[in-house]
Ligand binder design. Structure first.
Ligand code: UDP
Length: 329
């Protein structure tokens, strides 16, 4: 069994990937590198074949020795900072964590002869779309720092593929949400900035209300439209991507979404339906860096990876609600 290294494997999407991968390959050894700045050690509790190393991907010597010692064949690179709003306020943090540290990781891989990587990219790399649903050939003109940093890494990967014969897959996630049905893992950011957990926390009375960031967008109800995709669907796409890149040298990018857009108000209504709670709302200013609409065309992933999203918004919210009521961390 070839070995994989998962950066950010104790984080939200990374931990769901680790659990899904082990469901498919129960004996597989997995090395997780996570500096635990955002990740949760508890998310990997009880996983016997997982080695969790609390290290930073920006430490070249450490990454080289991990890649060599564990004979890594493929890197699954989740580790990153992921808040659009924060990225606008602290660009340097995002260029450091998402670009500089990734470039160090790529250099370490190059040094150790590791040539396969699956990378977590984002729909935020497209910017304000010229058309929706967005396919992979849509121009990438990010309007926030977060999307810019992810695009920069996509370009670095392309360069490594051309210069060094690497194989990579960049997965452009739309809006990750939901939790595994087991109740063992789920979304916990500190501070939380993502829409669905914030609404559910308001439903639980942990917050007074949910703020709607702008209701004057050019959309049917004036609120932003996003394509919410279940975290297990994202995890499964990574498993398909590993298989794909081993048979298809070079680079490929895939959108991961459901092709269904939901407005902020529609998401709030779904949360009201699932929770049976009122959930007070307040309209506030637009959040800088937010495009009005982001909806995926993920046909390419369907055609080439054999992947398709299985969860709709109702199941996404139901699994997030299950987690939010009894979160372990
Ligand atoms: N949003 C909102 N109120 C909040 C958090 C988010 O209205 O408290 C909106 C945000 O403007 C965006 C959508 O919800 O249009 C999804 O935002 P989130 O931060 O969950 O994900 P992002 O799109 O930034 O990746």
């Amino acid at each position: 069994m070839s070995r994989i290294l998962v950066t950010g494997g104790a984080g939200y999407i990374g931990s769901h990937f680790v659990h899904r991968y082990l469901k498919k390959h129960p004996e597989a050894p997995i090395v997780v590198v996570d500096n635990l700045s955002e990740g949760h050690r508890e998310s990997l509790d009880g996983l016997k074949t997982v080695t969790l190393l609390q290290e930073d991907t920006g430490d070249r010597a450490t990454m080289c020795s991990i890649l060599q010692e564990h004979q890594i064949q493929t890197v699954i690179h989740f580790a990153a900072s992921c808040y659009v709003g924060e990225s606008q306020e602290q660009p340097a943090k995002y260029f450091e964590n998402n670009c500089a540290k990734t470039l160090v990781l790529l250099d370490a891989m190059d040094h150790c002869g590791v040539k396969e990587i699956v990378f977590s990219s984002t729909c935020a790399s497209y910017g304000n779309p010229d058309y929706v649903p967005i396919d992979e050939s849509h121009p990438q003109m990010p309007i926030n720092v977060y999307g810019t940093t992810k695009l920069m890494v996509e370009q670095a990967l392309r360069a490594y593929a051309l210069a060094k014969g690497w194989s990579y897959v960049a997965l452009r996630y739309f809006n990750a949400a939901g939790a595994d049905e087991s109740g063992l893992i789920g979304e916990h950011h500190d501070p939380e900035t993502h829409l669905i957990p914030l609404i559910l926390q308001a439903a639980l009375g942990k917050r007074n209300s949910i703020q709607i960031y702008g209701d004057d967008y050019d959309t049917p109800d004036g609120t932003c439209i996003r394509d919410y995709i279940h975290v297990n669907d994202l995890a499964d796409a990574h498993i398909a991507a590993i298989k794909y890149l081993r048979c298809n040298p070079g680079g490929e990018v895939f959108n991961l979404g459901t092709r269904t857009g939901s407005s902020v108000l529609e998401v709030i209504d779904m949360c009201r339906k699932i929770t049976g709670k009122e959930i007070p709302v307040q309209v506030s200013q637009r959040r800088p860096g937010d495009p009005a609409v982001l909806v995926s065309n993920a046909e390419k992933a369907h055609n080439l990876l054999g992947w398709q999203a299985q969860y709709d918004l109702e199941r996404i919210v139901a699994t997030a609600w299950h987690w939010e009521q009894a979160s372990r961390y």
